[in-house]
Design a protein around this ligand. Structure first.
Ligand SMILES: [Zn+2]
Length: 231
């Protein structure tokens, strides 16, 4: 499967299944989408079922153009007499998950069916089919992904070791530093970082480790002792 960075996903990937990775930015509450549309002919009462394009809540359902022929039990009437019977339709749950990379590029993902527990800030690897929400009579649309598989243990995925301890990604700390800078002005204090990190169940030792890695990576600098700023 092709691995594509979020900011590289484009027209070439439309209708393709790709693998990408990012940090969970937001998770929506459950929404529902029609899975099977049930139409009824007013003239003869026959039911016509149409299935939603597999796995895509934003897919399309082709409404029947006419009733089924008399030889098959219908009345063969025009489509004008066919109505959507909402209470007879079948629905399914889905939710939207927005992931973003370190630079802030984001991608909307649609997950139907079983929803695993995810945390904000958690890094995930996702196998996803890239779709586009073209508007009616429009040639422009936003790309999004239909989730096929989400892997949460990114380290395992990359290194292939099963027993490595869970390591918090420096991205969490980077987000905390950015938030503190927005809240308090110029710099983020170590005290403030630790306080916010504790709420995310990140220990002081992990904070130290992440800050060291961020400094090494050139993402942050320390203007004063125990104060940090995003570059
Ligand atoms: Zn009919």
């Amino acid at each position: 499967m092709k691995k594509v960075k979020i900011d590289d996903i484009g027209a070439n990937n439309f209708n393709q299944i790709i693998q990408t990775r990012g940090f969970v930015k937001s998770i929506s509450a459950k929404k529902i989408s029609m899975k099977i549309a049930v139409y009824r002919c007013i003239m003869c009462g026959i039911i016509i079922k149409k299935e939603m394009e597999w796995g895509d809540p934003f897919g399309k359902i082709q409404s029947p153009k006419s009733c089924i022929p008399t030889s098959s039990g219908g009345c063969g009437g025009s489509g004008k007499e066919i109505e959507l019977s909402r209470h007879e339709c079948e629905y399914e749950d889905f939710r939207t998950i927005v992931i973003s990379d370190n630079q802030g590029y984001s991608l909307k993902l649609i997950q139907t069916g079983e929803s695993q527990s995810l945390e904000i800030g958690q890094e995930i690897i996702v196998e996803t089919e890239i779709k586009c929400n073209f508007k009616k009579n429009n040639w422009i649309g936003e790309l999004y992904g239909i989730c096929k598989k989400i892997s949460v243990d990114v380290n395992e995925h990359v290194i292939g070791t099963r027993n490595s301890p869970k390591r918090h990604n420096p991205h969490h700390i980077a987000m905390i530093i950015q938030t503190l800078q927005k809240e308090n002005g110029e710099y983020a204090s170590m005290e403030g970082i630790i306080q916010k990190a504790r709420k995310m169940k990140i220990s002081e030792a992990e904070v130290d480790d992440c800050i060291r890695r961020l400094k090494e990576g050139g993402s942050i600098f320390s203007p004063r002792f125990n104060e940090y700023a995003w570059i």
